[in-house]
Design a binder for this molecule. Structure first.
Ligand SMILES: [Zn+2]
Length: 341
């Protein structure tokens, strides 16, 4: 699991990646070598407004934590293997081109060469998420940290803070319940952290190791500061933060600043169980930006809830934005059309 210290921390990992670790303790996903776990998706969604409550609820169920309070010790305690980048493609609309290959050991050569498997994942993502909703996406990488751990992540590109890259672990792509939810989660990062929502700080981007600059930028920001820059007052992420995080942020941030890994994960675990009715998944507590991305996944795939808990209110949050309700319909219809039987 990535340890996200990209907020208000002296040991800021800039150029850090927003990771998704939705595979805690689950049975291993399929190997991904031959991508036999997935039927190649059809390129376009069905024209009729598709509805497939069975598939949507299956995705929700697979991504809902099953732990009850007290048995969650060590939820966050596993070692993160370093990600190895197999290939990075340039994104042009729905196309990927110009592969740049990383140096890999012989045992990963087959995975690196399997362009078809890379395209299955890319085509699935593009069939799921409407093209006009992902204007900042400029790169697509295939990486691996072995099975489980990180399934996918997004980050600003290396040389342009206004453009973003999506990376997917090819070893974790066999389970479409996780893959579908996680790709939607990553997409949530893309649009909630887009430059029109969170204008990137060039000072931070150009001085990634300078903690003074980072702290200056935070103190100059009167809205939520997700790490890349100061969020616009009317941005989705700032509204989400205002509604759900102001009461718990200081307590959470003290945990986030803990240097010792074991102590950090233990404290985060305890924080999750203390406020479990506020969070849709255990991963949501790792950062407000992860919380909104997880909530967006539930907004897409879960039925509209009553709002009895704060966790449910996080799903309802998105219904106040007509453009997101419309997007929900599109992504659901796309899911129904392409989800492998
Ligand atoms: Zn994430």
């Amino acid at each position: 699991m990535f340890r996200l210290k990209w907020i208000a921390a002296l040991s800021v990992l800039l150029f850090s990646t927003l990771a998704c670790v939705t595979l805690f303790g689950e049975e291993p996903a399929s190997v991904g070598k031959e991508s036999e776990g997935g039927t190649p998706p059809t390129p376009a969604a069905s024209e009729e407004a598709a509805s497939c409550p069975g598939i949507a609820s299956q995705i929700v169920e697979a991504n809902t934590p099953v732990d009850s309070p007290g048995d969650g010790a060590g939820d966050f305690a596993f070692e993160e293997d370093e990600a190895i980048y197999l290939v990075t493609y340039a994104v042009h609309g729905n196309e990927i081109r110009d592969p740049v290959y990383g140096e890999v050991e012989a045992e990963l050569q087959d995975e690196q060469d399997d362009t078809g498997a890379h395209r299955v994942v890319w085509d699935y993502f593009t069939a799921l998420i409407p093209l006009e909703s992902r204007p900042t996406l400029a790169e697509f990488s295939i990486m691996t940290d072995g099975q489980d751990n990180t399934l996918a992540a997004v980050a600003q590109t290396y040389d342009d803070p206004y453009r973003w890259g999506l990376e997917v672990d090819i070893a974790d792509t066999g389970d479409y319940d996780y893959l579908t939810f996680t790709l939607v989660h990553e997409f949530a990062h893309l649009f909630t952290l887009a430059p029109d929502q969170v204008p990137p700080s060039l000072a931070i981007f150009n001085n990634p190791d300078d903690n003074d600059i980072y702290l200056d930028e935070i103190s100059a920001c009167s809205t939520f500061f997700p790490g890349e820059g100061c969020s616009n007052p009317d941005s989705y992420i700032n509204a989400f933060y205002d509604q759900f995080w102001t009461d718990i942020y200081d307590e959470w941030n003290e945990i986030n600043l803990i240097e010792d890994e074991d102590e950090y994960y233990d404290a985060l675990d305890a924080f999750y169980y203390k406020y479990e009715d506020q969070f849709l998944t255990d991963y949501s507590v790792t950062h407000p930006a992860e919380d909104i991305a997880e909530a967006f996944g539930f907004f897409i795939f879960a039925e509209q809830p009553g709002g009895d808990s704060i966790a449910e209110q996080k799903i309802l949050f998105f219904y106040q934005y007509p453009e997101l309700v419309e997007l929900r319909g599109e992504i659901l219809a796309n899911t129904c059309a392409i989800f492998p039987e």
